[in-house]
Design a binder for this molecule. Sequence first.
Ligand code: PLP
Length: 392
Amino acid sequence: MTDALMPTYARAPLAFERGEGAYLYATDGRRFLDFAAGIAVNALGHAHPHVVSALTAQAQKLWHVSNLYEIPEAKRLAERLCAHSFADRVFFCNSGTEAVEGIMKLARKYQHHNGRPERTRIITFSGAFHGRSWTALSAANNPKHLEGFGPVSGGFDQVAFGNLNELRAAISDETAAILVEPVQGEGGIRAADPDFLRGLRAVCDEFGLLLLFDEIQCGMGRTGKLFAYEWAGIAPDAMALAKGLGGGFPIGAFVASEAAAAGMTAGTHGSTYGGNPLGTTVGNAVLDILLQDGFLDEVVRKAARLRKRLDGLVVRFPAVLEEVRGQGLMLGLKCVVPNAEMTARLRDAGLLVVPAAENVIRILPPLVVEDGQVDEAVGILEGACARWAEAA
Ligand SMILES: *Cc1c(COP(=O)(O)O)cnc(C)c1O
């Protein structure tokens, strides 16, 4: 069966039949603790009753009508995203890549709209990941992803993640915007220093650039705030969302301040599926839970507890683990041993995690994870580390 699928992924020999909360059940009957969460997508775990009932109710009424008509569910989701962020305007799409493409187009349009059409270039950072379209790959400039795909699309200047001096030196009369992940995901769970993010905000204000945040992985409660930018006490001008937004239903969005979105007038952008009744109903259901009183406080509490346990493992097994990094329930364990091998061994022991760059394994439990499940995961990690330490 897999032969008909283009072999672009290195898949584990494992298929799942159903999921419940933080657990996945494989077709062979085995149970796994899912600390991969579909790569930070399943924010509410699997088969969350509230989301399932919202989706099934909507599925019996209306799935798709196109953006030729008003879509009340989309309007409501947009209003709620604005009410809980810096944003005034929302555009719905279907994936992270499209959301990033959207904020990049918005930045160019903003400069054009404000009489500076020569400002088209976007500054990005080493270690970045923004998706797999041609433009998104060109923005991130990761040679591993670009190999064999010919010349990149122009318009990007890349500097070292965290280096404000290098950033200032890269600004020219043609610079339109700065694009950054407040916490890099694929790059190895590298959290930007809040001072660096505040520095970016100041530079953008000084030079009339738009500050674009890619919160596709770190947004929607993942770091313990609804959006990661909140930790730095500043706001971007536009932001890309996806992953946790639909809790597993494919939906993306880009959001912007009114000023930043001023050029995005009728006819300037579009998406056939974007913001359809089914997807935005699910998005609203996910938001119902994330916005419940105390939900994000619980994420912060559980994250601190998990982090403390992981820090303990690093101290106990220095020959296996090097450090814990990240924020909230977006954590990375930098390994001394190969991260792919660690991922495979944990999987065999019943714990799913995700490898990332810099020999890191990503620990991304669903935000609804329970203390007992955290303990169970740490126990599996501990066992793997102990076996590794013994063998060394
Ligand atoms: C996953 C991800 C993307 C791409 O999202 P897709 O839905 O796969 O297109 C872009 N940026 C970041 C930070 C991501 O984590």
